[in-house]
Design a protein around this ligand. Structure first.
Ligand code: ZN
Length: 279
C-alpha cells in the first residue's frame, strides 16, 4: 500500500511530467475509482496543471482555468494498489486502467488500480481544504512539540496511533514498523505512556525513515510503481517489515510478528521491549 514516500514520488513525477500541461479530455473506464459522478468528472476535469501539493497520502493537482475563474483541484488517493503513469496516448492500455486524462502534447496521465480502493475527485479549493484539514500534520514535517501534543492522553497502542491519519499523516504499516524498530519502541506501548525522550526519538525515527525512503523512490512490495513505471528501491533497506523469523540486524534475535487490529506488526523482541504501560 503506498505510503507517504511512494505518494511523494508520484507527486514529484507528476511535477516533472505533467505540470504546465493542459488536461484537454478525460475518459473514465471504471466509475468506482471516481468520488462523485463519473460523467460529471469526465466533463469537468480540465485545465492547466499548476501546483502539485501533497498532504499525507493525498495528492492535490491544481487545475487552472483559462477564464480567470478560481482553480479547481484533482485530488488523487492511491488506496492500496493505485498507480499513476504518464505515457504516449497510443501506448497499449494495460488491464485495470480506469481513468485516462489526455494532455495537449499527445501524452496522457493514466490511473490504474487493481483493487480499486483508490479515488480521484474533482473538487473546489474549499472541498480540498476540508479533506486536508481532516488530516494531521504531514509526518516528516512535525515538530517535537506537535508530536508530543498529539500523543498526549492517547491510550492506544503506539502502532495504531502512528497509522491514524488524523493524528499524523502519511505513515502506513511499513514505515510505522520501521520507525518503531529504529526508536526501539514496542508496537503495543500505549501512546500516552511514552516518555518525552522516547517520543522525540520516535518522531526523529519517523522523519528519518520517511526521508530515506523518499530518496530511494519508496518501497515496492507488489504493485507500487512511479510515474515512469519503475519500482521503488527502499525494500532492501527494510529492517523488520515482513522479515518475521529473520535475525534482527542490530542484535540477532529473531524478528517477531503480532497482529493488531487485523494488521501485522513486525518487531525485535529484544531491541523493542515492552515496558510497564504496554497493553
Ligand atoms: Zn534486535
Amino acid at each position: 500500500m503506498p505510503e507517504l514516500p511512494e505518494v511523494e514520488t508520484v507527486r514529484r513525477g507528476l511535477e516533472v511530467r505533467a505540470a504546465g500541461r493542459h488536461i484537454v479530455g478525460a475518459e473514465v473506464r471504471h466509475p468506482q475509482v471516481i468520488a462523485g459522478r463519473a460523467d460529471l468528472f469526465e466533463e469537468s476535469v480540465r485545465g492547466l496543471i499548476g501546483r502539485l501539493d501533497r498532504k499525507g497520502k493525498a495528492i492535490a493537482v491544481e487545475l487552472l482555468a483559462r477564464n480567470g475563474e478560481p482553480p479547481h483541484y484533482l485530488l488523487v488517493r492511491l488506496g492500496m494498489t493505485g498507480q499513476v503513469t504518464v505515457v504516449p496516448r497510443d501506448y497499449p492500455l494495460e488491464p485495470h486502467t480506469h481513468v485516462r486524462l489526455m494532455l495537449e502534447n499527445g501524452e496522457e496521465i493514466r490511473y490504474r488500480d487493481v483493487r480499486r480502493f483508490g479515488r480521484l475527485r474533482y473538487c473546489t479549493r474549499g472541498e480540498l481544504q476540508e479533506v486536508f484539514s481532516g488530516l494531521g500534520p504531514d509526518a516528516p514535517a512535525m515538530t517535537d512539540a506537535e508530536f508530543l501534543a498529539a500523543l498526549a492522553g492517547r491510550r492506544t497502542p503506539i502502532k495504531s496511533w502512528l497509522l491514524n491519519q488524523g493524528r499524523l499523516a502519511g505513515v502506513g504499516n511499513i514505515y510505522a514498523d520501521e520507525a518503531l524498530f529504529a526508536a526501539r519502541i514496542h508496537p503495543l506501548t500505549l501512546a500516552a505512556s511514552l516518555k518525552p525522550a522516547e517520543a522525540c526519538r520516535l518522531r526523529r525515527a519517523v522523519e528519518r525513515v520517511l526521508r530515506k525512503a523518499i530518496a530511494m523512490q519508496g518501497t515496492s512490495l507488489r504493485d507500487y510503481i512511479d510515474i515512469e513505471g519503475r519500482p521503488g528501491r527502499f525494500r532492501v533497506k527494510l529492517k523488520v517489515y515482513q522479515r518475521t523469523g529473520e535475525p534482527c540486524p542490530r542484535c540477532g534475535a529473531k524478528i517477531r510478528r503480532l497482529v493488531l487490529s487485523g494488521r501485522s506488526s513486525h518487531y525485535c523482541p529484544r531491541c523493542q521491549r515492552r515496558h510497564a504501560g504496554s497493553q
